[in-house]
Write a new protein. Structure first.
Length: 324
Protein backbone atom coordinates (compact mmCIF):
# COMPACT_ATOMS: atom_id res chain seq x y z
CA UNK A 1 0.00 0.00 0.00
CA UNK A 2 2.92 2.32 0.63
CA UNK A 3 4.00 2.12 -2.96
CA UNK A 4 0.76 3.73 -4.15
CA UNK A 5 1.82 6.06 -6.98
CA UNK A 6 1.97 9.78 -6.39
CA UNK A 7 -0.17 12.00 -8.58
CA UNK A 8 2.70 14.35 -9.20
CA UNK A 9 4.49 11.69 -11.21
CA UNK A 10 3.74 11.94 -14.93
CA UNK A 11 2.64 8.52 -16.08
CA UNK A 12 4.26 6.92 -19.09
CA UNK A 13 0.93 6.41 -20.82
CA UNK A 14 -0.43 8.94 -23.27
CA UNK A 15 -3.76 10.52 -22.49
CA UNK A 16 -6.69 11.44 -24.70
CA UNK A 17 -5.70 13.44 -27.76
CA UNK A 18 -2.05 12.47 -27.22
CA UNK A 19 -1.65 14.81 -24.22
CA UNK A 20 0.22 13.47 -21.21
CA UNK A 21 -2.17 13.14 -18.32
CA UNK A 22 -1.81 12.35 -14.67
CA UNK A 23 -4.31 10.34 -12.70
CA UNK A 24 -6.71 12.48 -10.70
CA UNK A 25 -8.24 9.40 -9.01
CA UNK A 26 -6.46 6.20 -8.06
CA UNK A 27 -8.28 3.32 -6.42
CA UNK A 28 -6.54 0.12 -5.47
CA UNK A 29 -8.08 -3.08 -4.11
CA UNK A 30 -10.92 -1.32 -2.30
CA UNK A 31 -13.66 -3.27 -0.57
CA UNK A 32 -16.67 -2.02 1.34
CA UNK A 33 -19.03 -3.97 3.56
CA UNK A 34 -22.35 -3.03 5.12
CA UNK A 35 -23.40 -5.32 7.97
CA UNK A 36 -21.06 -8.12 6.82
CA UNK A 37 -22.45 -7.84 3.30
CA UNK A 38 -19.74 -7.15 0.73
CA UNK A 39 -20.90 -4.27 -1.48
CA UNK A 40 -17.58 -3.54 -3.25
CA UNK A 41 -15.02 -6.26 -3.86
CA UNK A 42 -11.39 -5.63 -4.71
CA UNK A 43 -12.17 -2.53 -6.80
CA UNK A 44 -9.19 -0.96 -8.62
CA UNK A 45 -9.22 1.75 -11.29
CA UNK A 46 -7.69 5.08 -12.26
CA UNK A 47 -9.23 8.22 -13.74
CA UNK A 48 -7.15 10.54 -15.87
CA UNK A 49 -7.16 14.28 -15.29
CA UNK A 50 -9.32 16.11 -17.83
CA UNK A 51 -11.22 13.03 -19.00
CA UNK A 52 -14.92 12.16 -19.01
CA UNK A 53 -15.64 8.71 -17.59
CA UNK A 54 -18.70 6.52 -17.35
CA UNK A 55 -19.13 4.31 -14.29
CA UNK A 56 -21.70 1.91 -15.63
CA UNK A 57 -23.62 -0.84 -13.94
CA UNK A 58 -27.08 -2.07 -13.00
CA UNK A 59 -29.07 -0.86 -10.00
CA UNK A 60 -27.40 -1.82 -6.76
CA UNK A 61 -24.01 -2.53 -8.37
CA UNK A 62 -22.28 -0.10 -5.99
CA UNK A 63 -21.82 3.04 -8.12
CA UNK A 64 -23.11 5.52 -5.52
CA UNK A 65 -21.05 3.74 -2.86
CA UNK A 66 -17.90 4.40 -4.92
CA UNK A 67 -18.76 8.11 -5.19
CA UNK A 68 -19.39 8.32 -1.43
CA UNK A 69 -16.07 6.60 -0.71
CA UNK A 70 -14.20 8.95 -3.05
CA UNK A 71 -15.68 11.95 -1.25
CA UNK A 72 -14.76 10.64 2.16
CA UNK A 73 -18.41 10.47 3.26
CA UNK A 74 -17.99 6.77 4.14
CA UNK A 75 -14.85 4.70 4.72
CA UNK A 76 -13.58 1.67 2.83
CA UNK A 77 -12.89 -1.47 4.84
CA UNK A 78 -9.72 -2.25 2.93
CA UNK A 79 -7.71 -0.82 0.06
CA UNK A 80 -6.30 2.55 -0.92
CA UNK A 81 -7.89 5.59 -2.57
CA UNK A 82 -6.37 8.88 -3.69
CA UNK A 83 -8.39 11.78 -5.04
CA UNK A 84 -6.20 14.66 -6.25
CA UNK A 85 -3.52 13.09 -4.08
CA UNK A 86 -5.70 13.33 -0.95
CA UNK A 87 -6.76 10.30 1.06
CA UNK A 88 -10.57 10.36 1.40
CA UNK A 89 -10.35 8.67 4.82
CA UNK A 90 -8.19 11.42 6.30
CA UNK A 91 -8.64 14.43 4.03
CA UNK A 92 -12.30 14.34 2.99
CA UNK A 93 -12.66 18.09 3.59
CA UNK A 94 -9.82 18.88 1.16
CA UNK A 95 -11.45 16.65 -1.45
CA UNK A 96 -14.94 18.09 -0.99
CA UNK A 97 -13.53 21.63 -1.45
CA UNK A 98 -12.35 20.61 -4.90
CA UNK A 99 -15.21 18.36 -6.02
CA UNK A 100 -18.71 19.13 -7.33
CA UNK A 101 -21.51 16.60 -7.02
CA UNK A 102 -24.81 16.36 -8.85
CA UNK A 103 -27.11 13.75 -7.37
CA UNK A 104 -30.46 12.63 -8.69
CA UNK A 105 -32.38 14.75 -6.21
CA UNK A 106 -30.37 17.93 -7.08
CA UNK A 107 -31.14 19.39 -3.61
CA UNK A 108 -32.38 22.80 -4.71
CA UNK A 109 -34.95 24.94 -2.90
CA UNK A 110 -38.04 24.96 -5.09
CA UNK A 111 -39.59 28.01 -3.43
CA UNK A 112 -36.50 30.13 -4.11
CA UNK A 113 -35.38 31.65 -7.43
CA UNK A 114 -32.48 30.18 -9.37
CA UNK A 115 -30.38 33.20 -8.42
CA UNK A 116 -31.20 33.00 -4.71
CA UNK A 117 -30.46 29.25 -4.68
CA UNK A 118 -27.02 29.82 -6.16
CA UNK A 119 -26.25 32.77 -3.85
CA UNK A 120 -27.36 30.68 -0.86
CA UNK A 121 -25.17 27.68 -1.78
CA UNK A 122 -22.17 29.81 -2.74
CA UNK A 123 -22.30 31.36 0.76
CA UNK A 124 -22.40 27.88 2.28
CA UNK A 125 -19.36 26.91 0.20
CA UNK A 126 -17.61 30.09 1.34
CA UNK A 127 -17.28 31.24 -2.29
CA UNK A 128 -19.77 34.06 -2.47
CA UNK A 129 -19.01 35.37 -5.93
CA UNK A 130 -21.87 36.83 -7.98
CA UNK A 131 -19.64 37.06 -11.09
CA UNK A 132 -19.19 33.28 -10.97
CA UNK A 133 -22.95 32.78 -10.55
CA UNK A 134 -23.69 35.04 -13.54
CA UNK A 135 -21.03 33.24 -15.59
CA UNK A 136 -22.49 29.82 -14.78
CA UNK A 137 -26.05 30.92 -15.51
CA UNK A 138 -24.81 32.22 -18.87
CA UNK A 139 -22.90 28.96 -19.54
CA UNK A 140 -26.07 26.94 -19.00
CA UNK A 141 -28.35 29.40 -20.85
CA UNK A 142 -30.30 30.12 -17.67
CA UNK A 143 -29.55 33.81 -17.15
CA UNK A 144 -32.94 34.85 -18.54
CA UNK A 145 -34.66 32.65 -15.94
CA UNK A 146 -32.57 33.64 -12.92
CA UNK A 147 -35.46 35.37 -11.14
CA UNK A 148 -37.93 32.52 -11.58
CA UNK A 149 -38.70 29.97 -8.87
CA UNK A 150 -36.81 26.69 -9.30
CA UNK A 151 -40.09 24.89 -8.61
CA UNK A 152 -41.48 26.30 -11.87
CA UNK A 153 -38.63 24.87 -13.98
CA UNK A 154 -38.72 21.79 -16.21
CA UNK A 155 -36.59 18.79 -15.11
CA UNK A 156 -33.97 19.79 -17.69
CA UNK A 157 -33.75 23.35 -16.36
CA UNK A 158 -33.45 22.06 -12.80
CA UNK A 159 -30.56 19.84 -13.92
CA UNK A 160 -28.82 22.87 -15.41
CA UNK A 161 -29.17 24.80 -12.15
CA UNK A 162 -27.95 21.72 -10.24
CA UNK A 163 -24.89 21.66 -12.52
CA UNK A 164 -24.29 25.37 -11.90
CA UNK A 165 -24.59 24.74 -8.15
CA UNK A 166 -22.04 21.93 -8.33
CA UNK A 167 -19.60 24.21 -10.18
CA UNK A 168 -19.93 27.29 -7.93
CA UNK A 169 -16.59 26.69 -6.19
CA UNK A 170 -14.59 25.97 -9.39
CA UNK A 171 -14.12 22.25 -8.70
CA UNK A 172 -11.48 20.17 -10.49
CA UNK A 173 -13.65 17.10 -10.44
CA UNK A 174 -17.36 16.58 -11.01
CA UNK A 175 -19.32 13.51 -9.90
CA UNK A 176 -22.71 12.96 -11.49
CA UNK A 177 -25.08 10.31 -10.22
CA UNK A 178 -27.62 9.36 -12.90
CA UNK A 179 -27.63 12.89 -14.43
CA UNK A 180 -30.11 12.08 -17.18
CA UNK A 181 -32.80 10.38 -15.07
CA UNK A 182 -36.24 11.80 -15.72
CA UNK A 183 -35.18 13.72 -18.83
CA UNK A 184 -36.68 13.43 -22.30
CA UNK A 185 -34.31 12.84 -25.27
CA UNK A 186 -33.93 16.58 -25.84
CA UNK A 187 -33.13 17.14 -22.15
CA UNK A 188 -30.57 14.33 -22.24
CA UNK A 189 -28.84 15.86 -25.26
CA UNK A 190 -28.78 19.22 -23.48
CA UNK A 191 -27.15 17.81 -20.35
CA UNK A 192 -24.56 16.02 -22.48
CA UNK A 193 -23.86 19.23 -24.39
CA UNK A 194 -23.34 21.21 -21.15
CA UNK A 195 -21.15 18.52 -19.62
CA UNK A 196 -18.90 18.54 -22.66
CA UNK A 197 -18.71 22.33 -22.43
CA UNK A 198 -17.75 22.20 -18.72
CA UNK A 199 -15.09 19.60 -19.48
CA UNK A 200 -13.62 21.53 -22.40
CA UNK A 201 -13.90 25.10 -21.13
CA UNK A 202 -13.19 24.60 -17.43
CA UNK A 203 -10.98 21.50 -17.73
CA UNK A 204 -13.13 19.66 -15.18
CA UNK A 205 -12.66 15.89 -14.94
CA UNK A 206 -16.02 14.15 -14.93
CA UNK A 207 -17.20 10.81 -13.54
CA UNK A 208 -20.74 9.92 -14.54
CA UNK A 209 -22.61 7.05 -12.86
CA UNK A 210 -25.36 5.59 -14.95
CA UNK A 211 -27.25 2.44 -15.76
CA UNK A 212 -28.40 3.84 -19.12
CA UNK A 213 -25.58 3.05 -21.48
CA UNK A 214 -26.55 4.49 -24.84
CA UNK A 215 -26.88 8.03 -23.44
CA UNK A 216 -23.21 8.15 -22.52
CA UNK A 217 -21.76 6.82 -25.72
CA UNK A 218 -21.27 10.21 -27.29
CA UNK A 219 -19.57 11.84 -24.32
CA UNK A 220 -17.27 9.49 -22.40
CA UNK A 221 -13.58 9.01 -23.11
CA UNK A 222 -13.45 5.89 -21.00
CA UNK A 223 -15.73 3.42 -19.25
CA UNK A 224 -15.74 1.35 -16.08
CA UNK A 225 -18.19 -1.53 -15.89
CA UNK A 226 -19.26 -2.35 -12.34
CA UNK A 227 -21.29 -5.49 -11.75
CA UNK A 228 -22.11 -6.92 -8.30
CA UNK A 229 -19.50 -4.68 -6.69
CA UNK A 230 -16.66 -5.68 -9.02
CA UNK A 231 -15.06 -3.77 -11.89
CA UNK A 232 -15.46 -6.38 -14.61
CA UNK A 233 -14.02 -4.33 -17.47
CA UNK A 234 -12.70 -0.87 -18.31
CA UNK A 235 -11.27 1.01 -21.24
CA UNK A 236 -12.00 3.39 -24.10
CA UNK A 237 -14.66 2.43 -26.63
CA UNK A 238 -11.92 1.53 -29.14
CA UNK A 239 -10.18 -0.72 -26.62
CA UNK A 240 -13.47 -2.39 -25.72
CA UNK A 241 -14.41 -2.81 -29.38
CA UNK A 242 -11.05 -4.35 -30.21
CA UNK A 243 -11.51 -6.81 -27.36
CA UNK A 244 -15.17 -7.72 -27.67
CA UNK A 245 -16.36 -6.95 -31.17
CA UNK A 246 -15.46 -10.23 -32.85
CA UNK A 247 -17.99 -9.91 -35.64
CA UNK A 248 -18.98 -6.72 -37.45
CA UNK A 249 -22.51 -6.19 -38.69
CA UNK A 250 -22.37 -3.69 -41.54
CA UNK A 251 -25.66 -2.34 -42.88
CA UNK A 252 -25.18 -1.03 -46.42
CA UNK A 253 -27.72 1.01 -48.35
CA UNK A 254 -27.04 -0.03 -51.92
CA UNK A 255 -28.63 -0.95 -55.23
CA UNK A 256 -26.55 -4.17 -55.34
CA UNK A 257 -28.58 -7.29 -56.20
CA UNK A 258 -26.29 -10.28 -55.57
CA UNK A 259 -27.19 -13.47 -57.45
CA UNK A 260 -26.61 -15.66 -54.38
CA UNK A 261 -29.15 -14.83 -51.66
CA UNK A 262 -26.71 -15.42 -48.76
CA UNK A 263 -23.14 -14.83 -49.93
CA UNK A 264 -21.62 -11.97 -51.91
CA UNK A 265 -17.95 -12.41 -52.93
CA UNK A 266 -17.38 -14.59 -49.85
CA UNK A 267 -19.11 -12.19 -47.42
CA UNK A 268 -22.23 -13.49 -45.64
CA UNK A 269 -25.19 -11.13 -45.82
CA UNK A 270 -28.93 -10.91 -45.35
CA UNK A 271 -31.39 -8.52 -46.96
CA UNK A 272 -32.91 -6.02 -44.52
CA UNK A 273 -34.98 -3.89 -46.92
CA UNK A 274 -35.38 -3.11 -50.63
CA UNK A 275 -31.99 -1.40 -50.78
CA UNK A 276 -30.45 -2.58 -47.52
CA UNK A 277 -28.01 -5.48 -47.08
CA UNK A 278 -26.51 -6.43 -43.72
CA UNK A 279 -23.09 -8.04 -44.03
CA UNK A 280 -21.39 -10.12 -41.35
CA UNK A 281 -17.65 -9.41 -41.36
CA UNK A 282 -14.81 -10.94 -39.38
CA UNK A 283 -13.17 -7.56 -38.74
CA UNK A 284 -13.25 -3.86 -39.63
CA UNK A 285 -10.44 -4.55 -42.14
CA UNK A 286 -12.98 -6.18 -44.45
CA UNK A 287 -15.13 -3.05 -44.75
CA UNK A 288 -13.02 -1.20 -47.34
CA UNK A 289 -12.54 -4.14 -49.77
CA UNK A 290 -16.23 -5.05 -49.47
CA UNK A 291 -17.34 -1.50 -50.26
CA UNK A 292 -14.86 -1.32 -53.16
CA UNK A 293 -16.39 -4.51 -54.61
CA UNK A 294 -19.94 -3.18 -54.22
CA UNK A 295 -19.04 0.20 -55.73
CA UNK A 296 -17.66 -1.58 -58.79
CA UNK A 297 -21.14 -2.88 -59.49
CA UNK A 298 -23.61 -0.44 -57.96
CA UNK A 299 -24.18 2.69 -55.87
CA UNK A 300 -23.76 3.02 -52.08
CA UNK A 301 -25.62 5.77 -50.24
CA UNK A 302 -24.90 4.82 -46.66
CA UNK A 303 -23.21 2.24 -44.47
CA UNK A 304 -23.06 1.77 -40.73
CA UNK A 305 -21.79 -0.72 -38.16
CA UNK A 306 -24.92 -1.70 -36.26
CA UNK A 307 -23.48 -3.77 -33.38
CA UNK A 308 -20.77 -1.43 -32.07
CA UNK A 309 -22.85 0.22 -29.36
CA UNK A 310 -21.76 0.33 -25.75
CA UNK A 311 -24.84 -1.70 -24.96
CA UNK A 312 -23.84 -4.48 -27.38
CA UNK A 313 -20.37 -4.56 -25.81
CA UNK A 314 -21.88 -4.60 -22.33
CA UNK A 315 -24.09 -7.57 -23.22
CA UNK A 316 -21.03 -9.42 -24.50
CA UNK A 317 -19.13 -8.66 -21.27
CA UNK A 318 -22.07 -9.67 -19.14
CA UNK A 319 -22.88 -12.76 -21.18
CA UNK A 320 -26.25 -11.67 -22.45
CA UNK A 321 -27.88 -10.51 -19.21
CA UNK A 322 -29.48 -7.05 -19.38
CA UNK A 323 -28.24 -3.99 -17.52
CA UNK A 324 -31.61 -2.46 -16.64
N1 LIG B 1 -25.98 2.67 4.12
C1 LIG B 1 -26.19 1.45 3.62
N2 LIG B 1 -26.44 0.40 4.45
C2 LIG B 1 -26.64 -0.83 3.95
N3 LIG B 1 -26.62 -1.15 2.64
C3 LIG B 1 -26.37 -0.14 1.77
C4 LIG B 1 -26.15 1.20 2.22
N4 LIG B 1 -25.92 1.97 1.12
C5 LIG B 1 -26.01 1.16 0.04
N5 LIG B 1 -26.28 -0.11 0.43
C6 LIG B 1 -26.43 -1.27 -0.46
O1 LIG B 1 -25.28 -1.34 -1.27
C7 LIG B 1 -25.61 -1.79 -2.58
C8 LIG B 1 -25.06 -0.83 -3.60
O2 LIG B 1 -25.76 0.40 -3.50
P1 LIG B 1 -25.43 1.65 -4.41
O3 LIG B 1 -26.42 2.72 -4.07
O4 LIG B 1 -23.99 1.97 -4.29
O5 LIG B 1 -25.70 1.06 -5.86
P2 LIG B 1 -25.86 1.84 -7.24
O6 LIG B 1 -25.04 1.08 -8.25
O7 LIG B 1 -25.57 3.27 -7.06
O8 LIG B 1 -27.38 1.60 -7.55
P3 LIG B 1 -28.46 2.57 -8.25
O9 LIG B 1 -28.17 2.54 -9.72
O10 LIG B 1 -29.74 1.88 -7.90
O11 LIG B 1 -28.33 3.92 -7.63
C9 LIG B 1 -27.13 -1.93 -2.62
O12 LIG B 1 -27.46 -3.29 -2.44
C10 LIG B 1 -27.59 -1.10 -1.44
O13 LIG B 1 -28.76 -1.62 -0.89
Amino acid sequence: MNDFPSLTVIKKDEGFGGIKLTNIIEVEKVSKQYHQREILKDVSFTIKKGSINGLLGPNGAGKTTIIRLLNGVIEANTGMMKVMNFDPKLQGDEIRKRVGIVTESASLYHDMTAWDNLVFFSKIYGHSDTKRITHLLEQFDMLDFKDQLVGSFSTGMKKRIALAKALLHNPNLLFLDEPTNGLDPEGINEVIHYLRKVNQEEGVTILICSHVLHQLETICDSYLFLIDGRIVENGTITELEDKYLKEIKLLVETGLKPLNSQIYKGYRYSRRGTNQLEFLLASKDQITPLLADILNESWVHNCEITNRSLEAIYFTIRGGRGIE
